[in-house]
Design a binder for this molecule. Sequence first.
Ligand code: NAD
Ligand code: MG
Ligand code: MG
Ligand code: MG
Ligand code: MG
Length: 341
Amino acid sequence: MTENTIYHDDDATHSYIEEKTVAVLGYGSQGHAHAQNLAESGVDVIVGLREGSASRTAAREDGLTVATPTEAAAAADVVSMLVPDNVQPDVYAAIEAELDAGDTLQFAHGFNVHYDQIEPPEDVDVTMVAPKGPGHIVRRQYADGEGTPGLLAVYRDATGEAKQEALAYADAIGCTRAGVIETTFREETETDLFGEQAVLCGGVTELVKAGYETLTDAGYSEEMAYFECLNELKLIVDLLYEGGMSEMWDSVSDTAEYGGLTRGEVVVDDHTRERMETVLEEVQNGEFAREWIAENQAGRPSYGQRRRAEKAHDIEDVGEELRALFAWSEEENREKANAPA
Ligand code: NAD
Ligand code: MG
Ligand code: MG
Ligand code: MG
Ligand code: MG
């Protein structure tokens, strides 16, 4: 086990970013938050968006300067690549010529650099500042004087100042207020892919479907199977998020705790761990990345098919009906969200 360094406000020096111009390419989840936070921290920001992009109006209404990605990159010392990962190689092709020696190309996820889909020039710094939260949280936390924890990595340090500049950027978007964990492009990319595949997105949905089907195949009602295998997941995840496994185990009944502690490992056993190792190997050796890039180039045929099959699962129909019964909770959430702070 290794432990990574964590940086805070005191480790960041504003002068590494304050004199610079940052081109924020993209104005979606991360882009709007980085651009607004940087601007409010006194950094010159140009938002780079295609002519005709719907985000252009939003960025202008937020008081920011907008140009094309190429124009923005030409004027910038730091280019922050915040368009979706699958379009980054095309956007990069349009701005590559604007990267001068000593400029910085910055990312919020390592996929394209780690898997060689983007190969920046040797004399350009390549860094990552990746908030551990969606953009609206990054923006809201900053506005509230708080911060969202983040990751920082240096892929290439051409100037000798890459890390200081990335730390200053992380400070300017509020991340050092909470803490910034140092990692590498490889570690961030591979753990991100593995986590979403094996545990968070792939693992959880398969576990839920398998549990639901086990109950309904045995003759139990779809409604009860839905509640016990999907709906209640939120209560468990909230507890895990707040206080880890201990808080979850402390909060459920002793029966649930004993049953879970003895039966969990019957379901997720050594066989599952071996399969997880296979999934990790395919992330590490690039097999998954090659498959996904080829899938995109082919127009996403298999992706489309799997999406349709997932939407057609019975659990989606019963879920829609049952979630409608919880309309009061949605209304309550909306009221909370709109309540003045
Ligand atoms: P997003 O989908 O929210 O952003 C889309 C933006 O990119 C829009 O402004 C859109 O106009 C622009 N765009 C879309 N297609 C384009 C094209 N062909 N050419 C030019 N611009 C185009 O993206 P996001 O979720 O903010 O992701 C940006 C980066 O941040 C990614 O590398 C992602 O992995 C990373 N990241 C995202 C999150 C998150 O919570 N969303 C968290 C951490 C890191
Ligand atoms: Mg430049
Ligand atoms: Mg630089
Ligand atoms: Mg991911
Ligand atoms: Mg129960």
